[in-house]
Design a protein around this ligand. Structure first.
Ligand SMILES: O=C[C@H](O)COP(=O)(O)O
Length: 263
């Protein structure tokens, strides 16, 4: 068993699914289901990333019922305020008690032309507003063939962290683009290889302490049937889950897979 002091993070990215009423029902049932199963919330952190329009409802429910579930947004503006129609400021997310924000998801990079520079400005904005950025990196199938597994994710992480210094609280999600929504997950060994390289990069850029404290997640076709393999790897500290996070039983089963901390 690998030695780690990092609390695993199981994060559900709902993408553009579930409206605010559906999100309330889902969060209630998830909390009940995990409580019934005696889930150790201190041993494995659970987070959800609903659409923007759900956040206020989710915040109200979680705060009123004191549910041990964390939440964040799926994107943030690089700007604080102003004439940016359709964008959402990090200040607004912080005001809704969001703890996390996903930045640089491959769907943002491809569908909304987000460059490495944009990702970097969003990371800086998140940190400025006290949000923990979940920085997504990952190679396409073509990148994999041309450059091998780690080159593109490492380059993306370096770009995302330009001008970032100090004891920052960040999460990195390694999501090979070819594994997202394809049903073809990376192997645990592949995920570990890239996660280890990403940690080396964190060490170079931000020092030992930050590198040791930063959770590196794997994402891409994670299911209850394959989570155990990923959780066994020493540098994989949890998962960013898309499709399976919309199925209550599947998500609850994934979340319940504990990784031993400090053993
Ligand atoms: O953010 C989550 C990833 O895009 C993974 O999605 P997926 O689990 O549906 O493959």
């Amino acid at each position: 068993m690998a030695v780690t002091t990092r609390t695993p993070l199981l994060a559900g990215n709902w993408k553009m699914n579930l409206d605010h009423l559906q999100s309330i029902a889902f969060v209630q049932k998830l909390a009940w289901s995990l409580k019934d199963a005696n889930h150790d919330f201190d041993g494995a952190e659970v987070a959800i990333f609903p659409p923007f329009t759900d956040l206020r409802s989710v915040q109200t429910l979680i705060s009123a019922d004191k549910l041990p579930i964390h939440f964040g947004a799926q994107d943030v503006s690089a700007h604080d305020s102003g004439a940016y129609t359709g964008e959402i400021s990090g200040a607004f997310l912080k005001a809704l008690d969001c703890q996390y924000v996903i930045i640089g998801h491959s769907e943002r990079r491809t569908l909304h032309n987000e460059t490495d520079e944009v990702v970097n400005t969003k990371v800086l904005a998140a940190l400025k507003h006290g949000l923990v950025p979940v920085i997504c990196v990952g190679e396409t199938a073509e990148d994999l063939e041309k450059h091998g597994p780690s080159a593109v994710p490492v380059a993306q992480l370096k770009a995302a962290l330009a001008s970032v210094t100090g004891a920052v609280d960040i999460v990195v999600a390694y999501e090979p683009v070819w594994a997202i929504g394809s049903g073809q997950a990376a192997t645990p060994e592949q995920a570990e290889q890239v996660a280890a390289q990403l940690r080396v990069t964190l060490r170079e850029l931000l020092g030992d302490e930050v590198a040791e404290a930063t959770r590196v997640l794997y994402g891409g076709s994670v299911k209850s049937g394959n989570i155990a393999g990923f959780m066994r790897e020493p540098n994989v500290d949890g998962a960013l889950i898309g499709g399976a996070s919309l199925d209550l039983n599947e998500f609850a089963s994934i979340v319940r897979f504990q990784k031993h901390v400090g053993t």
